[in-house]
Ligand binder design. Structure first.
Ligand code: NAD
Ligand code: MG
Length: 385
């Protein structure tokens, strides 16, 4: 029996690479459903190639167009809207749900998939940033496994295989440092979105590429690691490692450090999430340590990259604070991409939103929705002030 996979966000960077992995292992995996936000042409093209049972476009206004593009495949069900995403992940045949959509929109379908006992291959880190505690609690209740797709978290996960209950002393979370690693504050004040979109080692979607430039991405990954591996944020040390070869590491009580290394290629962590605990062949470049020559590690500059500092602050305050940071970040990230906000303004607006939004110590699901809306409103006001 082939494992049935639902891909949320199949038209994106992670989604398209996941389809490449599935294509290499058609004997093992089958696409049950494909979803996108807007790009119906690519979605329909993918559906013609992979013949899923269903396709969903989140933006309802694109439904007619998608329906038209799918008219020669009457067996494939076509749906639209956020609610349809929540429903499709519950479909009986689905074994695994790859959450490869971007942002807060990942929260609701991930919860639905967990409640339907699906295995979650988690790329959408925003879900754990926003509501890590709730997600972990639900996953435990419903015996739904959450397998990391983020390369650092996959590296940590791979380093933990065979360690059973051996406690983690410390997590070494590596970061490329992004395109602005060596810039001064003066230079940072003037960088453009084109500069930010030129990531030195990874080719990713626009939102996460901007988050990498500000290092908010690394801050989010600290929060993601806390929830995935049950450690305190203080046990997670960020190391700037410009070569992106050591994907992260774990230090144990005896001082031993285990790491996972490889070329920067997201297909590996995607495939490992699908095939765990097995490893499957994967075509592509191999790591050549002679070519790599030197592996460097530096402490991150938290004054220059205040987003990373704020993420640590948010997780230490806990409650809905990470949700506030995520919402404000989604607003300023988009604004920066649309030239409505400068690079350094992004951090300033997030800091002010953290001060102004209503803090809730033990938020419910509805509180997260309200927090997200309130923080977006505040960040937007600050943007226009
Ligand atoms: P992307 O922008 O390339 O693709 C995003 C996908 O999500 C698209 O298919 C889009 O149609 C869909 N989408 C966007 N908004 C949506 C909405 N409101 N509802 C439903 N679908 C929506 O992004 P990406 O780089 O592939 O990243 C996806 C997720 O994976 C993000 O959470 C990111 O942080 C995480 N991630 C990505 C990488 C990477 O290498 N790209 C690495 C680690 C983690
Ligand atoms: Mg990562």
């Amino acid at each position: 029996m082939k494992r049935q996979i639902a891909i949320l966000g199949s038209t994106g960077s992670i989604g398209t690479q996941a389809l490449e992995v599935i294509e290499e292992h058609q004997d093992l995996y089958e696409v049950y459903c494909l979803t996108a936000n807007n790009r119906v042409e690519l979605l329909a093209q993918q559906a013609h190639k992979y013949h899923p049972a269903a396709v969903v476009v989140a933006n309802e206004q694109r439904y007619d167009e998608l329906k038209q593009l799918m008219s020669d495949l009457p067996d494939v069900k076509v749906y639209a809207g956020a609610k349809a995403l929540d429903e499709i992940v519950e479909a009986g045949p689905i074994d695994m749900v790859l959450t490869a959509m971007v942002g807060f929109a990942g929260l609701s379908p991930t919860i639905h998939a967990i409640k339907a006992n699906k295995t979650i291959c988690l790329a959408n880190k925003e879900t754990l940033v926003v509501a890590g505690e709730l997600i972990c609690q639900l996953a435990q209740e419903h015996h739904a496994a959450i397998l990391p797709v983020d390369s650092e978290h996959s590296a940590i996960f791979q380093s933990l295989v065979g360690e059973d209950l051996n406690p983690i002393d410390k997590i070494l979370l590596t970061a490329s440092g992004g395109p602005f690693r060596l810039k001064t504050m003066d230079e940072l004040a003037r960088v453009t979105k084109a500069d930010a979109l030129r990531h030195p080692t990874w080719d990713m979607g626009a939102k996460i590429t901007i988050d990498s430039a500000s290092m908010m991405n690394k801050g989010f990954e600290v929060i993601e690691a806390k929830w995935l591996f049950g450690v305190e944020a203080q046990q997670i040390q960020v190391l700037v490692h410009p070569q992106s070869i050591v994907h992260s590491a774990v230090q144990f009580q005896d001082g031993s450090v285990k790491a996972q290394l490889g070329v920067p290629d997201m297909r590996l962590p995607i495939q490992y999430a699908f095939s765990f605990p097995q490893r499957l062949p994967l075509s592509g470049d191999r790591l050549d340590l002679f070519k790599a020559r030197s592996l460097e590690f530096f402490e991150p500059d938290l004054d220059k990259f205040q987003c990373l500092r704020m993420a640590y602050e948010a997780i230490s305050q806990g409650g809905n604070m990470p949700c506030i940071v995520n919402a404000a970040n989604e607003i300023v990230n988009r604004a920066f991409l649309e030239d409505r906000c400068s690079f350094l303004q992004m951090g300033d607006i997030i800091a002010k939103t953290m001060q102004r939004a209503t803090y809730i110590k033990t938020p419910s699901y509805d509180d997260y929705l309200a927090t997200d809306a309130e923080a977006r409103r505040i960040a937007n006001e600050l943007l226009h002030a």
